[in-house]
Design a protein around this ligand. Sequence first.
Ligand SMILES: [Ca+2]
Ligand SMILES: [Ca+2]
Length: 278
Amino acid sequence: MPAGFSAQNAPNENIVQTHLYGHSVGSMHPRTVVRPPRTPFKSSSAFHRMEPPGCERHRREAREGERAGANESNALQRPHHANAFTLIELLVVIAIIAILIGLLFPAFSAVQNQAKRTQAKNDLTQIVNAVNAYYTEYGKYPIATADTIYGAGGTLNKDLFYTLRAVASGLNASDVANPRKIVFISPPDAKDQANSRSGIKTSDGQWYDPWGTPYLVEIDGGYNNTVANPYTANAGAVPDLQIGVIAWSLGKDGTGAIAAASGDKNTGVYDDDVISWQ
Ligand SMILES: [Ca+2]
Ligand SMILES: [Ca+2]
């Protein structure tokens, strides 16, 4: 014990020694000293008055830390399923999704059907243009020697399209109907040959509309510049149209006007038919 320290200072002796040694020879020989156990705290003692400022704050912070730790422990012990979906909530979500799908599906079907109608209208325009182009090229209509309806319910449309496609088959065998082998139209083959839509079915040579029924084409083979109107009303002049060639599709229902003056274009099975001349 260095000189100048009394016996009352004994409990803090090791601390002081550490300080003194560390200050004088700390770089030479670091020394570890165990702090003696603290005496129980007595608020009325003189030692309490000697506590450095901020000690009370430290104890308050410690108590607050203990309370925070207790709250965290309670949170950890809370059941996990308190934050999960209940069965009722899950069923409600599924029901809402089902209702939305039910609302959207008809709208989707309507858009899809409108796209098919647009495609059918484009195909019909191409067919009429191809027949007229053939007329311009050869000075006559293809195949027809009298007013004729080709397609569903009438003469198959295969020979007409063999001729317009310059395919040497049927009535165009050996290119007799199209000797210059001019391709006036080139529809695609149907993707599904067993259930042909929107293209040529190679086994029968017919051109099918987007719903799976052959397109109908009427040609003025009698050369009086008129063809019979397939509809009795709401589809142009009746009984005859002042046109050399017309084409139409029976629409989504696959049935409609397959002969002259079959029905009202705006009612029944006729109203979904797609026609080239209106
Ligand atoms: Ca005619
Ligand atoms: Ca129809």
